[in-house]
Design a binder for this molecule. Sequence first.
Ligand code: NAD
Length: 535
Amino acid sequence: MTNPGPAPNQRKTSAARKTAAKATPRSIEIRNPATGEPVGTVADESADAVAAKVRELRLYQTEWEAIGPEGRKRWLLKLQDWLIDNTDRLADVVQSESGKPRVDSLIDPTFAIDLIGYYARRAAKFLADEHPSPHSPLARVKRLTTVYRPYPVVGVITPWNFPLAMPALDVIPALAAGAAVLLKPSEVTPLSALELARGWAEIGAPPVLAVMTGGGETGAAVVENVDYVQFTGSTRTGRAIATACARRLIPYSLELGGKDPAIVLADADIDRAAYGIAFGGLFNAGQVCISVERVYVEAPVYDEFVAKLTEHVRTLRQGFDGRESRYDIGALANDAQKDIVASHIEDALAKGARTLTGGRPTGTGTFFEPTVLVDVDHRMTCMTEETFGPTLPVMRVADETEAVALANDSIYGLSASIWTGDRARGDRLARQLNTGAVNINDVFANMFNFALPMGGWQQSGIGARWGGAEGLRKYCRKQALTAPMLPTQQKELFWFPYSTTKLGLALSAMRAAGARGMRRVGVLDVINTVGGKGK
Ligand code: NAD
């Protein structure tokens, strides 16, 4: 394992310099966790400032909605061009505030570029009016239309693990849907989100995207002022946001924490499982909501899998690189994260677990060695609580039944992976797991497929992002329109004054349309009931 060195070529980004220059009395200093170097300062925005910004966004949103999906597509594709033209600089900013290796930092802008292509081009289709078939022949006198009208202002609150991608993943669909967006990025990594807003301004787009930096209080103010909340972060904060939204009676969608299991079956390709699970658990130093956080291996292949996983993890290079990619695993976001990882390992060791590689902070910045743990069980926090770090605890199981039972023994339900040579078996077991996604013989694959919903079950969330048309429609209020198909009379059958004959005919026709068999008929019964002469 390579020792993490100091920050080569790491300079203050232009965004960092700008934000530092206009630091307010209430401000937050941003540091590179790999080196400890300060990289910028941002405002800690007040609740009043948030409320004023939401009022401003409301003014511009009407026009943004009015230009329709095709008009919005032009701006979103310009933003896509801007992201492509500025990818290297954006990766610099992501790296500067997160301590990620170069390759991980490049994923952020590229993810956003891919997502814009998907939603900008399909928004017109996904948001088109729908004309559902009437449920009954009687209703055929009306033309029915479902209209998708955006919530005026969507608040997007994001965590620190993908400083540019996390904001973009929800901001882009909300903008494509026609909403104005107020983004509140994590106070740990706000500089990349400010870059996104800078890009939006630089292309000359309508001012319907704003960023408000700050901590939890700023986030709470966003919740108090917007019309819809899209939150990504911890389960604890998600619960507080759900409570605040319930008080205001506004809708929300929550993407929360996870404890994703991987199940390795005896018929799996063990080399692929070892490489895939190492990547799934250690990518971004394990700070991914859908990281592999625990592994269950069928007994016949346990020793082989553990040996291959450990051998592979030992070869990984850890450190902080610049534009030249040299490392596989970077730093943790901050000291608090490092402490959580250390405490989970300590707890496991105290209860009888062993580390086969790693197990300690490296001593530089917030780096923590990639760690393989064995002899673990569900008494240990490393198997039950979200670690969000570079740990891979591996547990031997007797068979698939035990593996599924242990995988489901969790308060979380974000995603899972199953490693097997038998696709039918993988499919059958996937349907027994209580998780929002299951990847067979892979990790993260669902995350890169915007046609699928990405959402957690149980305490991993409520609602989902993406999922084709649903990814835009979630930001819309559905409006039902009816209009007559035929020339109208002066009065409808049901209107005043009531007449038992007229009403009886109408009600019996409704009953005939909805009921089955002999119960469809019985005009007189209905007339008698309406006329107060019921049996
Ligand atoms: P966090 O919950 O501490 O903070 C997330 C955001 O919420 C930050 O911007 C923070 O300022 C804000 N916030 C804090 N208190 C608030 C309040 N009362 N009202 C409104 N906003 C408030 O989470 P974190 O530590 O930044 O991120 C790590 C967590 O995010 C992990 O649990 C991880 O699993 C989760 N996560 C989930 C997904 C997913 O898609 N399911 C993706 C990435 C990260």
